[in-house]
Design a protein around this ligand. Structure first.
Ligand code: ADQ
Length: 465
């Protein structure tokens, strides 16, 4: 049986794969354990050139090798902070206004991809299947092909793929899509992401796409597919229930003094629609005075990428908005928005979700959004909370029994909040059941197995240019 080689920007630690990080780390590790193999990527450390070139550092866990390398300051600045997070991330989330492009960073991005591919070479065997993850590594297969690698290589994009009119704002857009065509299988979160890629192929690259999603472009043939990333809903349900009476939940409950609770959890990122969310909540307090003093929004948002300027700006804006709204509606014993810039253990988050009457998940664009799925799974089926979900999250295609909203329509979001806060038990139960069925039908195992199944179905000869 062929081994599996997983490549991602960051590699989970062996401890994280045991469940504390949950989600992706656990899903990917499951496949690695089954087939044996290597998880390769950046360690998260910025190191000297000598240390970077001495790697990879290897750590063994059963039949899985964790292989990590450090990045130099220059590589970090150009590849990670620069082109990946200041160019690709905003454009792929339809925020051209926040994107900047520097040729030197793009050159660094390609250089680091080639360097990483070269570092992986000595760990590779001829019949390994290689699964590469996310936007940091668009040119990774091309770099491996340049080293003579003919293995099957698949790619999964965790974030949206933008419509061609948006993508072409990145000056080397054609090179990037050409690089993607060096993979044998390219997977997307939703059909609209896949369609956007196909549109680019036919309209801008003069390529062809057939009914089986076989793409011919830039002298290569590949397949595309839609693989909606999921969670293991029953494990989350069990975890949320197990910890429902822990101290942190009791303390929160006590501090709410019978008020209803709306929960939001996101990385602090402009794609997550946090400012719009705070304003919609303000709209609720403004329009429905009966909720003043009777509902609390807990927003958990740990800062990420805080050395990218746009992330510093969104943080300031949110602090301002939270302060402004709290200044307007707080009482001596009431703060409408509790805004926390911290990471929480997974089990704590799941039990807090279970305690809340509304899950408020309103990204402006999101590949999938696992928080929405986790919120549903964590509910008590006898007395479940209601999910208010943006139609611009990939998860909206599956969680059709959520209250779907346009995050730009503050009045519409406010109406959905009112409806969620006063929804009768029967309706809440029936919506929860429908959403849970969808989560069980397409769990994390289905995502992982269907991608790997399709990758293995690629004829080996197709791996060659
Ligand atoms: P993210 O943008 O990080 O992922 P998301 O899918 O919501 O977004 O995943 C976040 C994960 O981190 C969730 O499992 C959540 O529980 C956890 N998390 C969030 N805030 C936390 C906190 N304060 N403390 C602890 N844990 C926290 C990218 C894409 C998404 C896509 C995923 C997976 O942007 O669209 O769904 O990858 O493909």
């Amino acid at each position: 049986m062929s081994r599996l080689i997983v490549v991602s920007n960051r590699v989970a630690t062996p401890t994280e794969t045991k469940g504390s990080a949950g989600g992706l780390a656990v899903g990917v590790f499951g496949a690695l354990k089954e087939k044996g193999g290597v998880w390769f990527g950046w360690s998260g450390d910025v190191v000297s050139e000598t240390v970077a070139n001495a790697g990879p550092t290897l750590e063994q866990d059963g039949n899985v090798t964790f292989a990590t390398v450090g990045l130099t300051r220059k590589d970090y600045d150009q590849y990670y902070r620069g082109f990946s997070n200041a160019t690709l991330w905003p454009v792929f989330h339809y925020r051209n206004d926040l994107a900047c492009y520097e040729r030197i960073e793009y050159a660094g991005y390609r250089r680091v991809n080639a360097w990483l591919a070269h570092r992986l070479m000595k760990l590779l065997k001829p019949d390994d299947d290689i699964w590469v993850h996310d936007y940091h590594l668009l040119p990774f297969a091309e770099a491996l092909r340049a080293e003579g690698v003919t293995n099957r290589i698949g790619f999964f994009l965790h974030i949206p793929f933008p419509a061609p009119q948006i993508l072409i704002n990145i000056p080397p857009h054609e090179e990037l899509v050409k690089s993607l065509c060096c993979y044998d299988l390219v997977g997307f979160q939703t059909t609209s992401d896949q369609t956007a890629f196909h549109d680019y192929i036919t309209r801008h690259a003069h390529g062809k796409v057939d009914q089986d999603n076989r793409v011919e472009a830039f002298g290569r043939t590949l397949r595309t597919g839609v693989y909606r990333i999921g969670i293991f809903p029953d494990e989350i349900a069990e975890q949320a229930k197990r910890y429902e009476s822990r101290q942190h939940v009791l303390e929160l409950k006590q501090s709410l003094e019978g008020r209803k609770l709306i929960m939001s959890v996101d990385r602090l990122d402009y794609s997550k629609g946090l400012v719009e969310r705070f304003r919609a909540f303000e709209h609720l307090l403004e329009r429905s005075p009966e909720w003043r003093g009777n509902v609390t929004l807990v927003q958990i948002a740990p800062p990420t990428r805080s050395d990218v300027v746009t992330y510093q700006q969104i943080r300031q804006e949110l602090e301002y908005e939270a302060g402004r709204i709290n200044g307007k509606y707080s009482g001596l014993d009431y703060t409408p928005i509790r805004y926390l810039n911290q990471r929480y253990d997974r089990w704590k988050l799941m039990s807090l979700f279970r305690e809340s009457q509304v899950g408020f998940v309103t990204p402006l664009h999101d590949g999938m959004n696992l928080v929405a799925k986790e919120y549903v799974a964590a509910q008590n089926p006898d007395d479940p909370g209601v999910l208010v979900l943006s139609t611009f999250a990939g998860a909206a295609a599956e969680l059709t029994a959520a209250l779907l909203v346009n995050p730009h329509d503050s009045a519409g979001v406010c109406e959905a909040l009112q409806r969620a806060l006063s929804m009768p038990l029967d309706e809440r139960r029936s919506r929860h059941e429908t959403n849970m069925d969808a989560l069980r039908r397409n769990d994390l195992g289905v995502w992982r197995d269907s991608f790997l199944h399709d990758l293995q179905a690629v004829p080996a000869s197709r791996s060659r240019t």
